[in-house]
Design a protein around this ligand. Structure first.
Ligand SMILES: [Zn+2]
Length: 370
């Protein structure tokens, strides 16, 4: 294992943060898996998973069983790890300017296309190399000007040449679920199957430039432009490891086994790969998700559980104003599976209280949460 530290821009004298990455296996073997956790810094189940995965990989490396490079970044957001206000960890938005830590990653597609167009050949392997070099050059040329941008640049540089890229998050209170692109899904589906993820939401274009699609969508669009001479260079997913409080040995052990199995299926670890569960993991378009919000502020009483199937017209929550005695019912308009709900119990007007994955496209445009 190699421990690497990438320094970020120092925001003020006397402060300096780094991104710690742990590199296993041999990079010259030509395949790379990249896993990071807690980009939203207060989403910690993934950090426990990567801590445990690190111990397993140390052992596998000693046993000479690694057949590719595996990079782990268990603390993907050291800035957010130090954002505590009056005993509350605030890890989703950077306090400096309110930016969501998982938005605004550099989209290198247009510049990469310009760089590689004159040198493309019929050799897909050669083109893979050219695309990766071009992505790297674009990222290195990014004139980052503050600590947060230097974090984004560091994470993208660490992952730009990965064949598999997994970003481990969690929701407020939730069932295990995955987000991926239509493009990556065929290669991510076995992971969903091994993890037992029954709610998997796909979109090639979400808006907002989140981390997870910052590399695979470059490959997808280049393939649309140039055809089969562009190989499938990266598959990526955001894995939502249930809710914020779901840091436990049982969950983490189960998730580590699934990820190790997936890495083995993809040839990163020698030995007999696990047998995939027979039933294929279901998926739906991200446009089929109903996001439910309140119209009034009040005491939030949730009526459904994460993972529960609900019917159209079912009450998701009640919001009670104990002064006027006005009770608002938040009602799902389509049938589907509740995959997450708020962990706040005082709702403010307009607040998102939960999400239901349905089967009919009901949204378009910007598809991500704030
Ligand atoms: Zn997150």
């Amino acid at each position: 294992m190699k421990h690497q530290q990438t320094p970020l821009i120092s925001p003020a004298p006397g402060t300096q943060r780094v991104v710690d990455s742990f590199h296993f296996g041999d990079p010259s073997l030509g395949k790379k898996a990249y896993l990071q956790s807690s980009l939203h810094a207060d989403e910690l189940p993934g950090m426990y998973v990567l801590y445990k995965l690190k111990q397993s990989l140390k052992l596998l490396e000693q046993q000479h069983r690694l057949r590719g490079e595996i990079v782990l970044v268990p603390v993907a957001n050291p800035i957010g790890q130090n954002q505590h206000l009056m005993d509350v960890h605030l890890g989703r938005y950077e306090l400096e300017n309110g930016t969501n830590f998982n938005r605004g990653y550099l989209d290198t597609y247009c510049q990469v296309k310009k760089r590689i167009a004159p040198k493309l050949s019929l050799d897909a392997e050669e083109n893979k190399h050219s695309v990766r070099s071009a992505i790297k050059a674009e990222l290195e040329d990014w004139p980052v000007k503050n600590e947060f941008e230097s974090l984004q640049q560091a994470l993208q540089l660490l992952s730009h040449d990965a064949d598999i890229m997994l970003d481990l998050h969690c929701d407020f209170e939730a069932a295990l679920h995955l987000y991926s692109t239509e493009y990556s899904w065929p290669k991510i589906e076995p992971l969903a199957r091994l993890m037992g993820s029954e709610i998997n939401m796909l979109a090639d274009e979400t808006g907002g430039n989140p981390f997870d699609s910052s590399i695979d969508m470059v490959w997808k669009r280049l393939k649309d432009d140039f055809g089969e001479s562009i190989p499938d260079g990266c598959c990526a997913a955001t894995v939502e490891l249930r809710g914020q409080l779901d840091v436990s040995d049982d969950y983490a052990d189960q998730d580590v086994q699934a990820i190790l199995g997936y890495l083995q299926l993809n040839g990163f670890i020698s030995g007999k790969a696990p047998t995939l569960p027979v039933i294929e993991a279901p998926s739906c378009e991200l446009t089929c998700v109903e996001t439910l919000s309140t119209k009034q502020g009040g005491l939030l009483v949730l009526k459904v559980e994460p993972g529960q199937w609900i019917q159209a017209g079912q009450v998701f929550a009640e919001v009670i104003d104990p002064i006027s005695d006005k009770v608002e019912q938040v009602i799902a308009t389509q049938a589907g599976r509740v995959y997450s709900r708020s962990n706040r119990r005082m709702a403010t007007a307009g607040m998102l209280v939960g999400n239901v994955a349905g089967s009919t496209p009901i949204r378009s445009g910007y598809l991500l949460a704030p």
